[in-house]
Design a protein around this ligand. Structure first.
Ligand SMILES: C[S@@+](CC[C@H](N)C(=O)[O-])C[C@H]1O[C@@H](n2cnc3c(N)ncnc32)[C@H](O)[C@@H]1O
Length: 218
């Protein structure tokens, strides 16, 4: 399957899942733990320009905005974004959401201090392109925060993508921390630092190996 067709199917899948996503996603039940980990990983409390790529229902964007940062976010699925917009309005948070693919969103080069990419790499037809885009959006010295997991170890975390779509996504099984470190280096980032040890227990019931890494643009 061509990357463009795979991407269309991925966006359609998330729009279908959007109405129920926040009800099943563990990050919603664990929002305050994620808030603590992201606050630590963002290092410093002064307001920064944050861009959340593949924001979904806006979980990371909402946390970043609640920490006082200026947040922009994009997603390829209008259905997921509708939930994100509603959540931001309900929380009184001002977040600039854009319905766009990571590769096509209007974020100017060198316009962000922090880019976040949580649980998105596994579902991209071209994950390296997203890391390169994140690198371009960051200012020199800016930080990419990437989090994902080895979803293939637990059935409850697998997507229900059709097999032909799943087979066209190079990281559909998920990623280990080691995989992510190699990809970050390949995309031009400096050494990565891990933060998942700050969770008192795995944030994903079932003990899926997961990571939260930050790496700086040189
Ligand atoms: C598993 S959800 C994660 C959402 C959010 N980052 C979180 O942590 O809750 C994956 C999201 O990535 C989005 N997505 C997939 N490919 C994308 C792309 N190329 N550009 C923008 N968003 C994309 C999907 O629409 C979906 O909302």
């Amino acid at each position: 399957m061509k990357a463009a067709e795979a991407q269309t199917q991925v966006s359609d899948y998330w729009t279908r899942r959007a109405p129920a996503f926040d009800g099943v996603a563990s990050h919603v039940a664990q929002a305050s733990l994620w808030r603590d980990v992201l606050a630590a990983a963002f290092e410093g409390e002064e307001a920064k320009d944050v861009v959340d790529l593949g924001t979904g229902t806006g979980a990371c964007a909402l946390i970043a905005a609640s920490l006082g940062h200026r947040v922009r976010a994009c997603d390829g699925s209008e259905g997921m974004l509708a939930a994100a917009r509603q959540a931001a309005a309900a929380s009184g948070l001002d977040i600039a959401f854009e319905h766009a693919l990571i590769e096509e969103a209007s974020f100017a080069p060198g316009s962000a201090d922090i880019v976040t990419l949580r649980n998105v790499l596994w579902t991209l037809p071209e994950p390296m392109a997203a890391l390169r885009r994140a690198h371009a959006i960051l200012r020199p010295g800016g930080v990419l925060l990437v989090s994902d997991g080895l979803w293939s170890v637990a059935a409850q975390y697998r997507s229900t993508y059709p097999e032909i779509l799943a087979n066209s996504l190079p990281r559909h099984d998920g990623l280990t921390e080691e995989d992510a470190r190699m990809m970050l280096a390949e995309a031009g980032f400096g050494p990565a630092r891990s933060w998942q040890h700050l969770f008192p227990a795995s944030p994903y019931p079932g003990d899926v190996p997961m990571f939260v890494l930050t790496a700086r643009k040189g």
